[in-house]
Design a protein around this ligand. Structure first.
Ligand code: MCA
Ligand code: AMP
Length: 508
C-alpha cells in the first residue's frame, strides 16, 4: 500500500528516535517497550485488522483497560486507515448499547471480563468481530494478531479523513460522536510541540509521566501524541496514584493532569521541590484549576503550572505560554492557528474584558458530529466558528479566562457529567415527578453532582435507593454524590427550574 504523510501515524513514526531499540515506554509494573516494539506491534495489529477485510471507514471500538497494547491498537487503527472509538471502562451496558448502535463498529475490543455482555450488544448491532484485550498482554486480539507480519506501510489518508470519533454526552438528548480527522490531530500536535518547548533527543529529550486514562482527548491525544511526535519516552502508569507519580518525578521532565491530580499530589507530603528538580513542565487542563492549587504548587515545588484549555471537538485551543507569563486563573492565549473570539448574544465580538460566548475556528476544529448533520450545523456560526458552549473573557493582551458555561455540564475530576442524562434517568424511576441535578464545589473532584428529586403525590421516595439505582446502570463517576428528596423545585416566572438557587442551597 502507498504511504502518505497525511496519515497521522506516518508523522508520529517519522519522529521516532534513530535508535529504535531505545526505551519508548516504561510501565509501572516493570515492563520496557522500545520504539521498535511500538512500530512492530502496531504493524502486526494493523495487518491483522486489514486481514479482516473491513469496509472503508470501518470503526474499531475499544473498551479496554489502559495498557501499551491498547495504545498499539489505536496506532494500528490509524495505520490501517480505520476510525478509532475509545470508550471509558466505567460505561455499563445501556451506555455501551447506545454507542455501539450509533457507531456501528466493525470491530469491538473489550476486556475478557466484559466479553459476555459487550459481545452480545455488538453482535445484536451487526458487528461481525469482537475480540478481547487484557491489561496483561492477554486476550484473543493479540492471539489472533500473533502470526501477522510486523512490517506495514500506513494506508493512504487525506488530512480530512476521519481518524477518531470521541463521544461527548449531549446537554440535551443523545450523545454526539465528534469526528476528528488526521489533519486535526496532526496540526494540533505540531503546534503544541513548539508551544510547549518539547526537547528533541539531541537536546536531551523529555520524559513524560503518563498517568491519565487513554479514552479521552487529554490522555490519548495531548499526552500520547505529544510524547510520540517528540520521540520522548513515557513513564506509563496504569492508574493515577500520587505516591507512584512522586516516586517517578525525579526521572521525568513533563507531567500532565486534570486539577484533581494536582490537588491529590499536594496532599502528599512527599511532593517537594527536590523531587521536582529535573521537571521542566507541569500542565493542567480539562477543568478549571483553582488559584489555591496554582499558588500552593508554586510555593511547594517552585514550578508554575501551565494551564491550557480544549475540548473533544477541537483538541487544544488556548494555552499559557511556556516562555512568558503563566497567568493563574486564565487558560492563556489562543494557540497559533486558532482564531478565538468572545461574542455577545447578537454574535458580535465584545471588547476586551467583557464576558461573552467563546467561539473558535482553526485546523484543529472537528469535522462534525457522526450522523448528526443538523446538530453539526447548529453548533457552527454562519461564518464557520464553532460554538464552544464556554463563557469567558479575553484580556487586552489576549489571555482568556473561562467564567462559566452556557451548556448545562458538570466537570467532575476531569470527567464530564451531563445533568440532562441523569435527570432523564431519575425521572423514569417509579414514583418520581421530576428532578434536577446540579454541580456543587468539591475539594477533590472540583465539582460533583447533587440530585434533587420531587416525588409524585402520595409517594415516599428513598434518596439512597435512587442513588443505588443510578449506580446499577450508569458509569460510576456520573452518580451524584448526594440525593435530596424535596416537595418541589424552585422555578422562575417562565417556569424554568432555577438551578443557581439549588447550587447555592446544596453547596456544602
Ligand atoms: C472516580 N470517581 C469519581 C471520579 N473518578 N467521581 C466523580 N468524578 C470523578 N472524576 C469515584 C468513583 O465513582 C468511585 O466511587 C470512587 O471515586 C473511586 O473510583 P476510582 O476509579 O478508584 O477513582 P480514582 O482512581 O481515584 O479516580 C479519580 C481520577 C479519575 C484519577 C481523578 O477520575 C481520572 O483519571 N480523571 C481524569 C479524567 C480525564 O482524563 N479527563 C480528560 C477529559 P464509588 O466507589 O462510589 O463508585 S478530556 C477533556 O476534557 C479535554 C478535551 C481537555 O481539555 O483535556
Ligand atoms: P470535553 O467535552 O470532555 O471535551 O470537555 C470540554 C470542556 O472542558 C470545555 O468545553 C471546558 O468547559 C472544559 N475545560 C477544558 N479545559 C479547561 C480549563 N483549563 N479550564 C476550564 N474548563 C476547561
Amino acid at each position: 500500500m502507498q504511504t502518505d504523510s497525511s496519515n497521522l501515524y506516518t508523522a508520529l513514526r517519522a519522529a521516532f528516535p534513530a535508535d529504535l531499540d531505545s526505551t519508548a515506554i516504561e510501565t509501572d509494573n516493570g515492563l520496557f517497550y522500545t520504539w521498535r516494539d511500538l512500530e512492530c506491534g502496531s504493524a502486526m495489529l494493523a495487518n491483522f485488522l486489514q486481514s479482516l477485510d473491513l469496509p472503508a471507514g470501518a470503526r474499531v471500538a475499544a473498551q479496554v483497560d489502559k495498557s501499551v497494547e491498547a495504545l498499539m491498537l489505536y496506532l494500528a487503527t490509524l495505520r490501517a486507515g480505520y476510525v478509532f472509538l475509545p470508550f471509558n471502562m466505567a460505561y455499563q451496558s445501556a451506555e455501551m448499547a447506545y454507542f455501539i448502535n450509533d457507531a456501528e463498529p466493525a470491530v469491538v475490543v473489550c476486556s475478557a471480563a466484559n466479553f459476555g455482555w459487550v459481545s452480545k450488544l455488538a453482535f445484536q448491532a451487526g458487528t461481525p468481530w469482537v475480540f478481547t484485550l487484557g491489561d496483561d498482554r492477554t486476550g484473543s486480539l493479540l492471539h489472533r494478531a500473533a502470526r501477522a507480519s510486523d512490517q506495514h506501510s500506513p494506508a493512504t489518508r487525506r488530512a480530512d479523513d476521519i481518524a477518531v470519533i470521541i463521544y461527548t454526552s449531549g446537554t440535551t438528548g443523545r450523545s454526539k460522536g465528534a469526528m476528528l480527522t488526521h489533519g486535526n490531530m496532526l496540526s494540533n500536535a505540531l503546534v503544541l510541540k513548539d508551544y510547549w518547548g518539547w526537547r528533541s533527543v539531541q537536546q536531551g529529550g523529555d520524559v513524560l509521566i503518563h498517568a491519565l486514562p487513554i479514552f479521552h482527548v487529554h490522555g490519548l491525544f495531548v499526552a500520547i501524541h505529544g510524547a510520540l511526535i517528540n520521540g520522548s519516552k513515557m513513564i506509563w502508569l496504569a492508574k493515577f496514584d500520587a505516591k507512584v507519580v512522586i516516586q517517578h518525578l525525579p526521572r521525568a521532565s513533563v507531567f500532565m493532569g486534570v486539577p484533581t491530580l494536582y490537588v491529590r499530589l499536594l496532599a502528599d507530603p512527599g511532593l517537594t521541590a527536590g523531587v521536582c528538580q529535573n521537571m521542566r513542565l507541569f500542565i493542567s487542563g480539562s477543568a478549571p484549576l483553582l488559584m489555591d492549587t496554582f499558588t500552593a504548587w508554586q510555593a511547594r515545588t517552585g514550578h508554575t503550572i501551565l494551564e491550557r484549555y480544549g475540548m473533544s471537538e477541537t483538541i487544544m485551543l488556548t494555552s499559557n505560554p511556556y516562555v512568558g507569563e503563566r497567568r493563574g486563573g486564565t487558560v492563556g492565549l489562543a494557540l497559533p492557528g486558532v482564531n478565538l473570539r468572545v461574542v455577545n448574544e447578537q454574535g458580535q465580538t465584545v471588547p476586551a474584558g467583557e464576558i461573552g460566548d467563546i467561539q473558535v475556528k482553526g485546523p484543529n476544529v472537528f469535522a462534525g458530529y457522526w450522523r448528526m448533520p443538523e446538530k453539526t450545523v447548529q453548533e457552527f456560526t454562519a461564518d464557520g466558528f464553532f460554538k464552544t458552549g464556554d463563557v469567558g473573557q479575553q484580556s487586552r493582551d489576549g489571555y482568556v479566562t473561562i467564567v462559566g458555561r452556557s451548556k448545562d455540564l458538570i466537570i467532575s475530576g476531569g470527567y464530564n457529567v451531563y445533568p440532562a442524562e441523569l435527570e432523564s434517568f431519575i425521572n423514569d424511576l417509579p414514583g418520581v415527578a421530576e428532578s434536577a441535578v446540579v454541580g456543587v464545589p468539591h475539594p477533590d473532584f472540583g465539582e460533583v453532582g447533587v440530585a434533587v428529586v420531587v416525588p409524585r403525590a402520595g409517594v415516599v421516595l428513598d434518596a439512597m435507593q435512587i442513588l443505588a439505582q443510578l449506580k446499577a446502570s450508569l458509569a460510576n463517576y456520573k452518580v451524584p454524590k448526594q440525593c435530596f428528596v424535596v416537595p418541589d423545585l424552585p422555578r422562575n416566572a417562565m417556569g424554568k427550574v432555577q438551578k443557581s438557587l439549588l447550587r447555592a442551597q446544596y453547596a456544602p
